[in-house]
Design a protein around this ligand. Structure first.
Ligand code: RB5
Length: 152
């Protein structure tokens, strides 16, 4: 798989991000790591924004972002135009966020999802394609809302 992944986390997601990176290394999936690089307390908006901007600009194809709950960093990622970030805590949601929402960023919570499950979720996110038809039409509606909001 040639898809390049943008990674971003805070201190609450650091340990889980290390597990995810180890797994990506084993699979041979390329990534760009936008930090954070330690467990020292930091601000998740900084790292969520950096990873999301890399996806939005096309520098990376998809992203994985992790904070303590996954909530804050997913909210940040979704502020960037063109980003559809999905917070996933189970395999079904991971599958559907790709098939129905064409999520281009996976968010997870380092304090809520154990590493074994997080790796399963990561694989599903990487390996599932988006469906077209009515789902593509709904995604186009999301983009329209995003564009309209930006004109205000
Ligand atoms: C940091 O303590 C924590 O608030 C952060 O990792 C995240 O859970 C925010 O949504």
């Amino acid at each position: 798989m040639d898809t390049k992944i943008a990674l971003g986390c805070d201190h609450g997601g650091f340990d889980l991000m290390c597990e995810v990176k180890h797994h990506l290394d084993k699979r041979g999936v390329p990534y760009v790591d936008f930090g954070t690089y330690s467990k020292e307390s930091c601000n998740y908006p900084v790292f969520g924004k950096a990873a999301a901007e890399a996806v939005a600009s096309g520098e990376c194809d998809r992203g994985i972002v992790i904070c303590g709950t996954g909530i804050g960093i997913s909210i940040v990622a979704n502020k960037i135009k063109g980003i559809r970030a999905a917070l996933c805590c189970d395999c079904y949601t991971a599958e559907m966020c790709r098939k129905h929402n064409d999520a281009n960023i996976l968010a997870m919570g380092g304090r809520v999802t154990d590493p074994e499950l997080a790796i399963l979720i990561t694989d599903i996110f990487l390996d599932t394609e988006a469906e077209g038809g009515r789902h593509a039409e709904r995604r186009a509606m999301i983009a329209e809302i995003e564009n309209d909001e930006r004109k205000k």
